[in-house]
Design a protein around this ligand. Structure first.
Ligand SMILES: Cc1cc2nc3c(=O)[nH]c(=O)nc-3n(C[C@H](O)[C@H](O)[C@H](O)COP(=O)(O)OP(=O)(O)OC[C@H]3O[C@@H](n4cnc5c(N)ncnc54)[C@H](O)[C@@H]3O)c2cc1C
Length: 411
């Protein structure tokens, strides 16, 4: 019988999900001295359905956490220019050199998630792949105090936790188990198809808009460009026999002739990845003994390409709240998250409705740009994380307790 892969029966925090939201939260909590277990049901380095554009605030955080050099060293191309095409009208935005960030990046998720999770593990978090959360443990008052997980060998483990953090994506098991309330919902899920291309020679990211259709071309690792097309779901569903290749080509031509010509001179690598769409939502992100972060707490239509950046920002907001150690701090986490999430949700929903003309979608992008500038200010103000000292959980978080009841009950 192999020894248990989970060396402790008790952790300060158990994080469910080891992609951007979970890995980043674990990284920050572990660096601050908490005992952290991360369980991830997929294998290390597995892919997920997502394109790759990161916005400035996210890159600023990766830079500050010291993981940006690893992504660049792995061949992630720096992106120094982004171009919006409204019909045939291009608007070019050069990326400014500010806050230690002189370029954006769009790493493959097979790289980004692993780099952040590895940094969490190096900081002391126990990261277990192939391990699935099956149940949340609650005490007589309803407070969450642990989890049941099943490891890769099919063994079940009971783990006690000061806090259980659901970073387990839009279909979050944690959110379902704690019955997290839905606070807001989007109405317009867009549908998307993306694929990888060799030989596009992009001078940065390109975003294309034409009536009833959008597209994007994003330089990523291994000399490839990720190209997507977006459409209202009715058009996606009307495609006979899931002929996504033909629909992809058709929409790229409708959206921008220059893009269609460039694709004609390039080579597609691998298959088309279809995403039928999912309406956005905002969930209550914390309660007694639990919290949600990333898509588990808020999912937006991917047309604004902001989910990864949101996940990184909210990971740091949540980690800071957990380290302050009070319900008041978690309420502040929610207030700050919602001050961004509500507007990102609304804007993503409006753009995903495809009910716009080229002027009005430009206006929505201006609002997005102002919101992202505020997001950069928020991330800039984070400064360094409080560090805990050795001792029991209660002692370690006690120094950060300001008001409200304690978050981390010693287990
Ligand atoms: C088509 C598409 C394109 C997108 N493009 C972009 C883009 O260009 N830029 C951008 O910023 N965002 C984009 N997004 C959004 C982005 O992918 C998400 O916002 C991001 O992945 C959220 O990260 P997360 O860590 O919260 O959740 P996820 O990436 O969903 O990770 C959750 C993890 O939890 C694990 N898990 C789930 N349940 C359990 C369980 N019971 N036990 C253990 N582990 C579990 C899963 O295996 C998974 O690895 C796109 C999304 C889609 C669908």
């Amino acid at each position: 019988m192999n020894p248990s892969p989970i060396p402790r029966a008790r952790y300060d925090a158990v994080v469910v999900g080891a992609r951007v939201a979970g890995a980043a939260t674990a990284l920050l909590l572990a660096r601050a001295g908490l005992r952290v277990l991360v369980v991830e049901r997929s294998r290390r380095g597995s892919d997920t359905l997502s394109t790759h554009a990161l916005m400035r605030a996210g890159v600023m955080q990766l830079h500050r956490w010291g993981v940006l050099p690893r992504l660049l060293a792995a061949g992630t191309p720096p992106i120094r220019r982004t171009t919006f095409h409204y019909g045939s009208e291009p608007v070019v935005v050069d990326i400014k050199d500010r806050d230690g960030v002189d370029a954006l990046i769009a790493p493959r998720r097979t790289l980004l998630d692993v780099v952040v999770a590895d940094a969490a593990a190096e900081s002391g978090a126990q990261v277990l792949y192939g391990t699935t959360l099956t149940e949340i443990l609650r005490g007589p008052t309803g407070r969450v105090h642990g989890v049941l997980v099943t490891d890769g060998a099919g063994r079940r483990h009971r783990v006690e936790a000061g806090i259980v953090i659901g970073a387990d994506g839009a279909r979050s098991t944690v959110a379902r188990a704690v019955d997290a309330r839905v606070l807001a919902e989007g109405k317009y899920p867009g549908s998307y198809i993306y694929a990888y291309w060799q030989g596009l020679e992009l001078d940065g990211t390109h975003w294309y808009y034409a009536p009833g259709v959008s597209a994007g071309a994003i330089p990523t690792n291994e000399g490839l460009s990720c190209v997507f097309v977006g459409m209202p779901p009715g058009r996606y569903r009307a495609q006979p026999g899931a002929a996504f290749d033909a629909l992809f080509q058709q929409l790229a031509s409708e959206c921008h002739q220059g893009l269609a010509r460039a694709l004609g001179g390039a080579r597609r690598v691998g298959k088309c990845y279809p995403f039928a769409g999912r309406a956005g939502f905002l969930r209550q992100p914390w309660g007694e003994g639990w919290a949600l972060v990333g898509d588990a707490g808020c999912f937006k239509d991917p047309i604004t390409a902001h989910g990864i950046t949101d996940a990184l920002r909210d990971a740091e907001l949540l980690a800071r709240a957990v380290l302050r150690g009070t319900t008041g701090a978690l309420a502040e986490y929610q207030a700050t998250r919602d001050s961004f999430a509500m507007e990102f949700l609304e804007l993503s929903d409006r753009i995903a409705s495809f009910d716009w003309d080229l002027d009005s979608v430009g206006g929505l992008h201006h609002r997005l740009s102002r919101l992202m500038a505020r997001e950069c200010e928020c991330v800039r103000d984070f400064g360094s994380l409080p560090r805990t000292s050795a001792g029991s959980t209660a002692e370690r978080i006690g120094g950060y307790r300001s008001h409200g009841s304690p978050v981390l009950i010693p287990v």
